[in-house]
Every structure is written in structure tokens, then in C-alpha cells.
Design a protein around this ligand. Structure first.
Ligand code: PMP
Length: 440
């Protein structure tokens, strides 16, 4: 494959667009951040005419694939009656009601545009509700890029240290982050129940919220250890701490009720985004009425020019309705498709004698090159061979399969056995090409 046109477009882009890409992560694609020409279903085509089966799915939102016909039709219809009004419309009530029906944690909801904004509101609500200011978050989780929660991934020697006494140790996520913006953040290792209990019991008078991804999707698709989230729920409730599940990835991907619906653990607040809009920008916070009504009483400000606009609410209502058809059989189908892929990749790793593993909690999975047989801590995840994976992703592109360079794969409702078979053949060829030192 050649990427000449993408290369020249990237060079041109850099002249006018800072960094040449619109979200920093996208710059990490090798050999070059490719430029899309068009996409449909599971396929994406770049400006050089290369075609790929897409498992990147725009970092998660495209749960129905690219340009799903029903979704597209509803969006076009909605545009014909006005894109956005700045005054209320029926679609907001319909979507809000629907979300309270499908998300067990949501008695009421509030809309925003991105996952980052939803998390901002959830944290603000938790602090206002409890009158406290500290927030516990975990290594390896990602909750958007706002100053008050964005941290970089710590070096492994720091990752065992609970950072309560040394608040200034919480590593900022970026240059230019306001000094002191992380002073209220306590950074803990995840999946360590004793440590969490100890920190919560000792410092609960200062802790407003615990925020967690219910499955650590941003670092290895790691499942919570049995009882971990249940205990987190029990302790936060007993100690007057708001529990926030950040389901920006898992919401409408694992099930209509997200991970909390699937696990039967009800957090006080939940954030959803990505798959909710099927590719159109929308996010939401849902939660108990007693917390959410702080917005109604105007104690907590919740703002946004395009919040709840016609196009985004239509996209979300349609996406949820499509996903709800036939008792949600699409979720079973997606999970089965992802399962076949994951199992296929594991067996190809064995065939080629390459040490690797696949964590597959649902219609998404993480592929990593590692000698470990189990990865259920961030520390284990940090030990993977990330460079080998980046090479693997680059070679897969050559074979017509598009994946994120970091290991996380998404499967949509339109991926079928045909794509799975083609993809596994491509992986087989790629593993054959990997340099010998990647093998055992
Ligand atoms: N929370 C989680 C768990 C996420 O994975 C992400 C995005 N990857 C966000 C929040 C931020 O969402 P957005 O990029 O829409 O701001």
C-alpha cells in the first residue's frame, strides 16, 4: 500500500491545523495519520484509495457502523425541521425519558456534547451535593481532558503509591494545565480493594466522589475483580461519597444499561457518550434525582449552546431504538463477533508462538504482546510490549485492517463472520512477518 496522498495532506494540514490532526492521539498513527475519503458500514476508504475493515470505529461511537441507513434517514429528517433551536423541543423529553428507562442509575439526565463535558458536570454535581472537594480516580483510567481530572499515566514505580499525602505528585496530563488544578485529585491503583477501603475510611470527610470506569477500557479492557465494584458501592454509600461510573465507552456498547446495568451495581451518577449518538456528538449525565435536581434548583450551573440539539437527540434516540430491537439481540451478536475474533487472535498467537493475550469483556477488546498470562492490573498492562503492537497495527493496515495503535478494538453491529474471517487471515499473514524477536 502507498500513503502518498495522506502524507502530502498531512504536510499540508500541518501548515494550518495545529499538530496537523484534530485530537492529539490521532498523530500517533503509523506510518502517517491517514486521511479518510469516505466510509460505509464496516469499510473505510482513504484518500490513496486504500480500503480497510474498520475496528477503530472513530474511537468507539460507531456502534451501528458508518452511515447506518436508518440513522442517516432520521438525521436527515431531523435536519429538515431545524438543526438546533436554543429553545426546548420534544426530542429532549423523549431522549431523557428513554435514558431514564434504559439506564438503571438515571432517574434524571442532563445533556452535553462530549464525554469530557459530561464528566465535568458529574464531578461538579458530586462536589456540590456533598459539600466536599476531593475526588478519587485511578491509574490508567481516562475521564477526558479537562484540567480538573486530566492526569498523565504515571511511571510504573509510582503506580503502587497512594497519592494522598503528596497531592502535588499527581502528574499533570499536559503542559499548560493550571497549577493546582489536580490538588483535589487522589490517584490510586485500581482493583486493589484493601487500599481503596483504607483511603476512603481515613479520608472520607474530604472525599466528594470516586470516579471509575466500570471496566478499565482505556488500559487493557481489564475487568473489575469479583466484588471490587460491589465493595466500592458499599463503602461510598456508607461514607457519604458519590460514586460515579464513567461509562463513556461502556455505555450503549456493553448493553443499553451500560456496565452498571449488566453488573447490577447502581452508581449515584453515570456518564455516557460515544456510542450514545452513533457518531453524532452527544453525551449525558444520569443519576439519582436528589443529586440531579441540584441543576434544577440552579445551584449547579450546566451550560452549553448546542446541548440537546435536534440532530444529536434524534441520533441518540434512533441509536438506542436500533440497539433495543429484538430484546437487544444486536448486543449478543456483537459480543459473539468480538468473541470469535478474540479467540481467533489467541489461537493465531499460539500458532506463531508469539506471547500475547486478548482481554475481551464485550463488543470491544484489547490485544497486547506480553509474556504475562493474565493482565488485571494497570501495572501488568504497563509491562506489555507497546512498540511491538504499534508495528503490528501498522502491518495490519497494509493488509487492509484499521485498528488503533494502542491495542483497543471495537466491533459494530454490522461486522459479520465475513469480516472476522478476512481479518483473521490478515492477522495470520502479519504475525508471519513480525520479526523473530517478537517470538518466544
Ligand atoms: N471518559 C472515558 C471513559 C473515555 O474513554 C473518554 C474518551 N475516550 C472520555 C471520557 C472523554 O470523552 P470525549 O472524548 O468525548 O470528550
Amino acid at each position: 500500500k502507498t500513503y502518498n496522498v495522506s502524507e502530502s495532506k498531512f504536510a499540508e494540514s500541518k501548515k494550518y491545523l495545529s499538530g496537523g490532526v484534530s485530537s492529539s492521539l490521532r498523530a500517533s498513527m503509523k506510518p502517517v495519520p491517514i486521511f479518510a475519503e469516505s466510509a460505509s458500514g464496516t469499510q473505510i476508504r482513504d484518500v490513496d484509495g486504500n480500503e480497510y475493515i474498520d475496528y477503530m470505529l472513530a474511537y468507539g461511537p460507531l456502534i451501528l457502523g458508518h452511515s447506518h441507513p436508518v440513522l442517516m434517514q432520521r438525521i436527515v429528517e431531523s435536519m429538515q425541521v431545524g438543526f438546533t433551536y436554543g429553545i426546548q423541543h420534544e426530542g429532549e423529553i423523549e431522549l431523557a425519558r428513554l435514558l431514564t428507562e434504559v439506564l438503571p442509575a438515571a432517574e434524571q439526565v442532563a445533556f452535553s456534547g462530549s464525554g469530557t463535558e459530561a464528566v465535568m458536570l458529574a464531578l461538579r454535581l458530586a462536589k456540590a451535593y456533598t459539600g466536599k472537594r476531593k475526588v478519587v480516580r485511578f491509574h490508567g483510567h481516562y475521564h477526558g481532558w479537562s484540567d480538573s481530572i486530566f492526569t498523565s499515566f504515571p511511571s510504573s514505580d509510582m503506580s503502587q503509591k497512594p497519592l494522598f499525602e503528596h497531592e502535588s505528585d499527581v502528574p499533570p496530563g499536559t503542559a499548560g494545565q493550571s497549577e493546582g488544578s489536580l490538588q483535589d485529585v487522589l490517584l490510586l491503583p485500581w482493583n486493589e480493594p484493601e487500599l481503596l477501603e483504607q483511603v476512603l475510611r481515613t479520608h472520607h470527610q474530604d472525599i466528594a466522589a470516586v470516579i471509575t470506569e466500570p471496566i478499565m477500557c482505556n488500559s487493557g479492557c481489564i475487568m473489575p475483580l469479583p466484588g471490587y465494584l460491589e465493595n466500592m458501592r458499599k463503602w461510598t454509600k456508607a461514607l457519604g461519597i458519590v460514586l460515579i461510573f464513567d461509562e463513556v465507552i461502556t455505555g450503549f456498547r456493553l448493553s443499553n444499561g451500560g456496565a452498571h446495568g449488566k453488573f447490577g451495581i447502581i452508581p449515584d451518577l453515570v456518564t455516557v457518550g460515544k456510542a450514545l449518538g452513533g457518531g453524532i456528538a452527544i453525551s449525558a449525565v444520569g443519576g439519582s434525582r436528589s443529586i440531579m435536581e441540584l441543576v434544577e434548583s440552579a445551584k449547579v450551573s450546566h451550560l452549553g449552546t448546542l446541548n440537546g440539539n435536534r440532530v444529536s437527540t434524534t441520533a441518540a434516540i434512533t441509536t438506542i431504538r436500533e440497539l433495543s430491537k429484538n430484546n437487544g439481540h444486536l448486543y449478543q451478536q456483537m459480543e459473539a463477533t468480538a468473541g470469535k475474533l478474540a479467540e481467533g487472535i489467541r489461537s493465531l498467537f499460539r500458532k506463531h508462538d508469539i506471547p500475547g493475550l486478548v482481554n475481551q469483556p464485550g463488543p470491544m477488546f484489547h490485544v497486547m504482546f506480553t509474556e504475562l498470562t493474565e493482565v488485571n492490573h494497570f501495572d501488568h498492562f504497563q509491562k506489555r510490549d507497546a512498540d511491538a503492537y504499534t508495528r503490528f497495527a501498522e502491518l495490519l493496515m497494509e493488509e487492509g485492517v484499521l485498528v488503533r495503535p494502542n491495542g483497543l478494538w471495537y466491533v459494530s453491529a454490522v461486522h459479520s463472520d465475513r469480516e472476522v474471517d478476512e481479518t483473521l487471515k490478515a492477522i495470520d499473514r502479519v504475525l508471519e512477518q513480525l520479526p523473530n524477536h517478537e517470538r518466544k
